[in-house]
Every structure is written in C-alpha cells, then in structure tokens.
Design a binder for this molecule. Sequence first.
Ligand SMILES: Nc1ncnc2c1ncn2[C@@H]1O[C@H](COP(=O)(O)OP(=O)(O)O)[C@@H](O)[C@H]1O
Ligand SMILES: [Mg+2]
Length: 250
Amino acid sequence: METTGCQSDPREPNRQPSGTVAAGARLAVCVRNLHKAYRNGNVVAPVLNGVELAVERGQCVYLAGPSGSGKTTLLSVLGCILSPDDGEVEIYGHEIAALDEAQRIEFRRRLIGFVFQRFHLIRGLSALQNVCVPLMIRGMSRRSAERRARELLEAVGLADQATVHPQNLSAGQCQRVAMARALVGDPELILADEPTASLDARNGQEVMELLRRLTTQEGRTAVVVTHDQRIFRFADRVYWLENGRIANAT
Ligand SMILES: Nc1ncnc2c1ncn2[C@@H]1O[C@H](COP(=O)(O)OP(=O)(O)O)[C@@H](O)[C@H]1O
Ligand SMILES: [Mg+2]
C-alpha cells in the first residue's frame, strides 16, 4: 500500500503522546487536499477547496491572499481550532483528525502559540496577567509565570505597560500583548493572524524580527497570515491563497 504525501504511515499508528513532536518529523505542517466549508442550516459555504501546503521545521512562511479567501480558516485548522471536513492535516507528524478532543486541547496547549486576528485578550486582567494565562494553565507558580511573562512583554516592547488592562491599551499594544501571550509557553509552532495589522512600521518590524529569531535561532516554525508588504522580506516563502487553494508560492 502506498503511503500518503504526509509523513505518517497509516500502517504504523503514531503512539507517541499527542503533545510532542513525533520522532523523525521533518515537516512542521503537512496539508493534503484540505477541504473546509461553513454550514448554516442548509446553506453550505465552501472556503477551502483542496489546499496543499508543506512547511519545514524552522521556516517562517507567510500566507497572503484577498480578504475572505480563507486565510483565518486555514490557520484555525492548523491550530486545531477548526476541524477539517476532508483531507489530511499533519502537525509535527501527528494526523490531527486522529486526535480526540482532549488530545487536541493538549496538543494545542503544548505545541502551538496562536495570535488571534482580534487578539482575544481578557479584559479583566492586566497585560501581564493575560500573558501569564497559558503558564498558569500549565500549573506554573504565579511567581515564575510572572517572571517569564515580563520577559516576553519586554521582548515586544511593552515592559512599561504590564499593569495596564487591554481596554486602556491601543490596538497596537493589544496586538503585541497577544503576541507575547502566544510565545510565552515556548511553542514549537507559532500561528499568527495578521500580527502587524495594527502596528506602525517600527513595531511591526520588531515583532517580525522576534519571530524570525525564534525560527532561525531556535528552530521553531511560524506561519503568518499577512498582506503587509512591508514585512514580506522576513519570510522564507510567501504562499498565496485564492479560490480556496494555494495559488502560488514566491
Ligand atoms: N464562522 C463562520 N461562519 C460562516 N462563514 C464564515 C465563518 N468564518 C468565516 N466565514 C466566511 O468564510 C470566508 C473565509 O473567511 P476567512 O477565513 O476569515 O478569510 P480571510 O481570513 O482570508 O479574510 C469568508 O467568506 C467569511 O465570510
Ligand atoms: Mg482573516
């Protein structure tokens, strides 16, 4: 029997814990013939129609395309937030359709840092407390979590805003808090949805330099949705999504 284009062999179920990188996994992301539609009653709106994408570990790739082309949908599937309707999606050698709900949550918590397009910060918490959340969920002590969270706020240039709540921060500052929160748990895979959309040129460049360092120096992998031409030079590759497929790569 032929194996598929992704890495896992269907004859050899992956028995490694779902929150780890599978041994020998060369690709961080492998997507084959991915289909995804939204359903509302009897209305079916297809969004992804046969996406093919392979991202090597340590790469920083961008996903560009017109508004409504499915960039956020694709990123959400990679982040195990949405389930594929059809096709294969492997993240670090794990076929995500094979994970049950609890395993998917564990997988996301251990391996993935997601920067949401609309930030999704918690209003009742300060910037520092927002960044601490992923660490507290993992059971880290408040003291250690705060120390680590401060490092991340510093890295995104917000050390002096630690005690401020999101409703009193600018959109650009919220965007950087969201980035700090996504990175605080040292995720292997960073998925960022338009992370520079609210940033000026200097802050946008700094955030992308930070992501770039994490990929080139630490071997992490980043998939960044953007149409911000100012930052294209930070990418190893830029993939264009059009009509539900990857149209081309540059
Ligand atoms: N939860 C949803 N329910 C129904 N339709 C959706 C939903 N989310 C997105 N869509 C639709 O799917 C298409 C792709 O959306 P999206 O992935 O957000 O595109 P992009 O991020 O490229 O702008 C759009 O037409 C959008 O209106
Ligand atoms: Mg979007």
